[in-house]
Write a protein that binds this ligand. Structure first.
Ligand code: B3K
Ligand code: ZN
Length: 852
């Protein structure tokens, strides 16, 4: 257990390490409770460093012996590492330590999962393996010898030797320790190969537990597609003889980009039509691409320090989004990203966990793998690309790779390549990296003598990390529509740089309707005085798919707000608009499915709070249900035909076309269920031959308060498939009515399959409760109590997963005083738990700092 005394680390304190590491040799003698790790590390004084103190990180290690140049030394050892007098000349450090993978439940460092050895080192897990300068700016070449009585022994780089009970790996590319990986176990490979653009053959393996072989084909295809795409689009070629991916059941996140040996949560790589939904397939494809793309953006060019995390994560998320747009549908991907940003990043940016894309301080870096660093970080790159144009973006990226290959870089280095290529001064743009919070852009318009003027005002709420916000560069893509719906001005990019700024358009015959922030060109909250008639007009005519969808969203938000706060009836403009879209067979089914989806209840609570209205979760839930029912009735004529039209005859394929049809078919089924009480859904359930149809049907039944028999049958059918059973846990909690959700979750925690130490199962049950907005916030606070109980129980076992899940409480000050008091009491109870981890302590302290 770590000492919870909080130490804050600051970006401004960065100092290079006193030594350069020329070479690392590691030997692992594997044993579940007593693995021996021997290290032999060649150090030399770093000419760029002032501080020559020889400090090596190390946690939870039993030091057996240490030598410098062959002579035994007695370092000064603390809980965090060791210091030792060291020569002011090149020397060799050798150490032998003992660690216990079996008892490592935190899933950081070397640990065991279902009998196999696995590692997770990012961000600071390598220090739980051996003593080392565990910081990303220390890069070195690693040779790893693994001894163990297991058939598969893997590490980074290329294989050198493989004999009974022993394997040696060599990674020629200098890397920081966070990219180190080791896997050992009884695994089987799904193998393939890829020939790179310059003709080099790369052996590809996806390693899984016996029994999972049939779930590998899709992931392998996704990998090959990613390798090809990165060559074609970014000119990036793979650089080792092998690329290994391993699926692990116990993993704190989605996946990890270790050099040449990516380790994946099995949920993020294993897929089959019977067990995975179309959404699962798409997510897996994106994660495989993401981790693969890190090979250049992250591994070949890494981060100087953890404050620069967005340098690799924002860029790699941006690249994986480009990939998904290319291989699937660009508008659908963009809209999904906007939905996700509003659901996860906006609440973070505007609450107590708010931090800049490049934070300036932290206590536990694992708490900063956030939607802000990742998703807003990607948005910032999207804005930069829009501002400089595609050509300059491509040139800047070529320069970035050429100039910084093999280096550990900063955001300054990143922006400099753009400045050098474009001659633009990006100092104002850089505020996107240093100012926290979501800018609010208010638009007003003026029409006089054939001139149309749009005036913009940008504001950013001061926050703890950004007390005095300055105007940012905000790219706003705008188009104008004439009264008959024709586009009179094609998309133009306006660059907002001042707090207030106007742009005029001449030569127009009539006052146009503006389509502002096309393609969601900046991660901002846009405000404009408008009415539902105009929103309906844009929903019918906008040529920009994102804004067309946005017009429907705005109508939905408006009607839900009025329904939840004033008891209004569903708005006719919304109902008619959606009906028109639904009937428009020229529109992509996937796009129409998105049009049918409502804003999330938590998002709505957020917008109400922003508007100064205290959200009532139950009223929001009722409004959502009522609107769905009203919509079902309003479009009922169209439903049977559309449902039939969306049935796929061809053999199952998780491609964009088929999954779009299934998405719309299932959205229609959910409306039909409101009308027929689930009759059609029960049929779909009975006939389903893939998980997308089966799960959607079950979900519709549960929404109708039915499906008990199907739920039991589902369990019977899938009880041996842990990933499907995660769905079974999650769906019941998410679909439970507000009164029942906590009870359902609580009952499931007593199910024999509730293995709370497995992060996937924990998230599927406890995490799902926080996603059931009205259920979690049901009055009385039982949801808050259940979550807090489990966070307190999990913290000593797995601080990372615990800390991450604390964010369920981040929006607490939005709600009424009773709920605030109940949540505060639970947060305080967590905070006061003896020996609480550093991870969770930091999270609850920050969340509690919010001012109601
Ligand atoms: N880089 C890893 C995330 C590591 C998280 C450490 N707490 C996966 C990714 O972003 O690709
Ligand atoms: Zn990443």
């Amino acid at each position: 257990m770590r000492d919870a005394a909080p130490t804050t680390i600051y970006l401004r304190d960065y100092e290079p390490f006193g030594y350069v590491v020329d070479e690392v040799k590691l030997t692992f003698d594997l044993h579940p409770t007593a693995t021996r790790v021997t290290s032999r590390i060649a150090f030399r004084p770093n000419p760029d460093a002032k501080d020559r103190r020889f400090f090596l990180h190390g946690e939870e290690l039993k030091l057996i012996r240490a030598r410098i140049d062959g002579t035994e030394v007695s370092p000064d050892v603390t809980d965090e590492g060791l210091t030792c007098p060291a020569p002011d000349a090149p020397f060799v450090w050798e150490a032998e330590v003992e660690i216990s993978p079996q008892t490592n439940t935190a899933l950081e460092g070397l640990y065991m999962s279902n009998g196999m050895y696995s590692t997770q080192c990012e961000a600071e897990g390598f220090r739980k393996i051996t003593y080392y300068p565990d910081r990303p700016d220390v890069m070195s070449v690693f040779t790893v010898e693994i001894k163990g009585d297991l058939p598969v022994l893997l590490s980074n780089g290329n294989p050198v030797t493989r004999e009974d009970g022993r394997a040696v790996w060599h990674d020629p590319w200098p890397k920081p320790a966070y990219l180190f990986a080791l896997v050992a176990g009884e695994l089987v490979a799904h193998s393939d190969s890829f020939t790179t653009i310059s003709g080099k053959d790369v052996a590809l393996n996806l390693w899984v537990r016996p029994g999972d072989e049939h779930k590998c084909a899709f992931g392998m295809e996704a990998l090959k597609k990613s390798m090809k795409w990165d060559e074609d689009v970014y000119g990036r070629e793979y650089d080792l003889d092998v690329f290994n991916i391993v699926a692990v059941d116990d993993f704190n996140m989605g996946a990890m980009e270790n050099k040449g040996l990516n380790i994946f949560n099995s949920s993020a790589v294993l897929a089959s039509p019977e067990t995975s939904t179309d959404d699962n397939f798409e997510r897996i494809e994106a994660i495989i691409a993401h981790e693969y793309f890190h090979n250049w953006t992250g591994n070949r060019i890494t981060c100087r320090d953890w404050f620069q995390l967005c340098l690799k994560e924002g860029l790699t998320v941006f690249r994986d989004a480009q990939f998904t747009s290319d291989v699937r549908s660009e508008p659908v991907k963009r809209i999904r990203d906007v939905i996700d940003l509003r659901a996860r990043q906006f609440p973070e940016d505007n609450g107590p966990l708010s931090h800049p894309v490049r934070p300036e301080s932290f206590q536990e870096i694992n708490n900063f793998y956030t939607a802000t660093v990742y998703e807003k970080g990607a948005e910032v790159i999207g804005m930069l690309k829009r501002l400089v144009g595609d050509q300059a973006y491509a040139e800047a990226l070529d320069l970035y790779f050429a100039r910084h290959d093999g280096e550990a870089c900063t955001i300054e280095d990143w922006l400099k390549v753009f400045e050098d290529v474009t001659d633009r001064d990006l100092s104002q743009f850089k505020r996107w990296y240093s100012q926290a919070g979501t800018p609010r852009v208010t638009v007003s318009e003026d029409w006089a003598d054939g001139t149309y003027t749009l005036s913009f005002k940008q504001t950013l709420k001061p926050s703890a990390t950004t007390p005095a916000p300055q105007p940012q560069v905000i790219p706003i893509a705008v188009g104008l529509l004439g009264p008959n719906g024709d586009e009179v001005l094609e998309t133009q990019l306006l660059e907002l740089t001042e707090a207030e700024q106007s742009f005029s358009f001449d030569g127009l015959a009539a006052k146009p309707v503006p389509s502002v922030l096309r393609g969601f060109s900046a991660p901002v909250i846009l405000e404009r005085q408008t009415d539902n008639a105009e929103r309906a007009f844009l929903l019918a005519h906008d040529t920009d798919p994102t804004n067309r969808w946005e017009a429907g969203r705005a109508l939905a938000r408006d009607t839900l707000t009025k329904m939840a706060t004033e008891g209004a009836a569903p708005d006719a403009d919304y109902l008619d608009g959606v009906r028109a879209v639904l009937r428009d067979d020229t529109l992509d089914p996937a796009y129409r499915a998105l049009m049918l989806s409502q804003p999330g209840q938590s998002d709505l609570a957020g917008s109400l709070a922003e508007a100064g209205i205290t959200p009532d979760p139950m009223a929001i839930w009722t409004a959502s249900e009522t609107l769905k029912q009203a919509l079902a009735q309003h479009v009922q004529d169209a439903l049977p035909r559309l449902y039939a039209q969306m049935q796929v005859d061809a053999p199952y394929a998780p491609d964009a076309e088929q999954s779009g049809k299934r998405a719309l078919g299932n959205a229609v089924l959910s409306l039909l269920s409101c009308l027929d009480g689930g009759e059609e859904a029960a049929k779909q359930y009975a006939n389903a031959d893939n998980m997308t149809l089966q799960l959607a049907a079950l979900s519709c039944l549960l929404s109708e308060g039915k499906g008990e028999a199907e739920l039991a049958a589902f369990y019977e059918q899938w009880q041996d498939d842990r990933l499907v059973i995660d769905k079974w846990f999650g769906l019941q909690v998410m679909k439970a009515s507000p009164e029942k959700a906590v009870g359902v979750a609580e009952t499931l925690t007593r199910h024999p399959d509730f293995n709370w130490k497995n992060p996937n199962r924990f998230r599927a049950t406890i995490g799902a409760l926080a996603m059931n907005h009205a259920g979690f916030h049901a009055s009385g606070g039982a949801g808050y109590m259940l979550l807090a109980d489990w966070l307190i129980q999990l913290d000593p076992v797995n601080p990372q997963t615990t800390a991450r899940m604390c964010s369920a409480f981040q929006t607490w000050t939005r709600y009424d005083e009773d709920r605030q008091a109940l949540i505060r009491a639970q947060l305080t109870r967590i905070a006061e738990t003896p020996k609480l981890s550093r991870d969770t302590t930091e999270m609850v302290t920050r969340i509690l700092s919010a001012k109601p």
